[in-house]
Design a protein around this ligand. Structure first.
Ligand code: CIR
Length: 259
């Protein structure tokens, strides 16, 4: 019987000093951010995940966004080298947390990649070429993953932070996409749902089993998901959105295979 684990990390008391690239700084209510994060963890648990929460990191403002520190696949986990210098030390504790479950590979300089830039669909990895992630990291990932049959393909990311801000998987053969940001033709063989054009940041969803965890902040796109038959579990992550985060970035999901 397999088990699904979600690794999370408590919100740093210094989240107010987070990195911001495309958003203006707004005050973040720490207590509210923590409450929202707990409810996000509760949503993961309700969908069958065993949540393993790492302790908050005082000196790492963005460390709640654990997704950026690793790319976890069934066969192996890649410890990233985050593009922002303030975020590079986040990988140390993430590597420790993943070591019991996976063989680890490490991205080395000059490679940089944030997990938020990595979208896996089956054996295909799409990786954003962004302000955080570069071709050197893509080449390293391709070499690590070639023995397991994965292909790794770069996708231009300009004007937004991470590839998964613009496209995520919402069902086995369906993606939700912001077509103004990413070329839908890349996903030609999949069913495409477009976000509502008034909700630019609405494409980030977290698929757990057949249900997507989805922010309440994007009601119009939510309606489109419902119309497409996608089961949706909403969460309010408005305080984390102010830190340029969303739903994929607050967890690392891994399947264990116990026989
Ligand atoms: C950053 O700029 O790195 C953080 N403030 C937000 C990271 C969000 N990560 C993600 O969507 N994967």
């Amino acid at each position: 019987m397999g088990m699904r684990i979600a690794i999370t990390r408590a919100v740093s008391p210094n989240i107010g000093q987070c990195e911001l690239t495309h958003l203006d700084r707004q005050p973040i209510d720490l207590a509210l951010a923590r409450t929202q994060h707990h409810l996000y963890e509760a949503a993961l648990a309700a969908l069958g995940c065993q949540v393993q929460q790492l302790p908050a990191e005082l000196t790492l403002p963005d460390s709640v966004f654990v997704e950026d520190a690793a790319v976890v696949l069934d066969e192996v986990a890649i410890i990233t080298r985050p593009g922002a210098d303030s975020r590079k030390p986040e990988t140390i504790s993430i590597a420790q947390a993943l070591a019991p479950y996976r063989t680890l590979c490490n991205i080395a300089a000059p490679g940089t990649v944030d997990g938020g830039d990595v979208l896996r669909i089956g054996k295909r990895l799409y990786v954003g070429l962004s302000s955080r992630s570069n071709q050197a990291a893509i080449d390293q990932m391709a070499a690590f993953l070639q023995p397991f049959g994965y292909t790794v393909q770069g996708v231009p990311v300009k004007g937004f932070l991470h590839l998964k801000s613009a496209v995520t998987q919402v069902a086995e053969a369906m993606v939700l996409i912001n077509p103004a940001w990413v070329d839908a033709a890349l996903f030609g063989d999949l069913q495409i749902i477009e976000i509502d054009p008034t909700e630019a940041y609405a494409a980030n969803t977290l698929l757990i089993g057949e249900t997507v965890i989805y922010p309440i902040s994007y009601p119009r796109t939510h309606q489109r998901l419902v119309q497409a038959g996608v089961p949706v579990q909403t969460v309010d992550v408005a305080e984390l959105i102010k830190a340029e985060g969303a739903v994929t970035c607050c967890s690392l999901i891994l399947n264990t295979h116990v026989t």
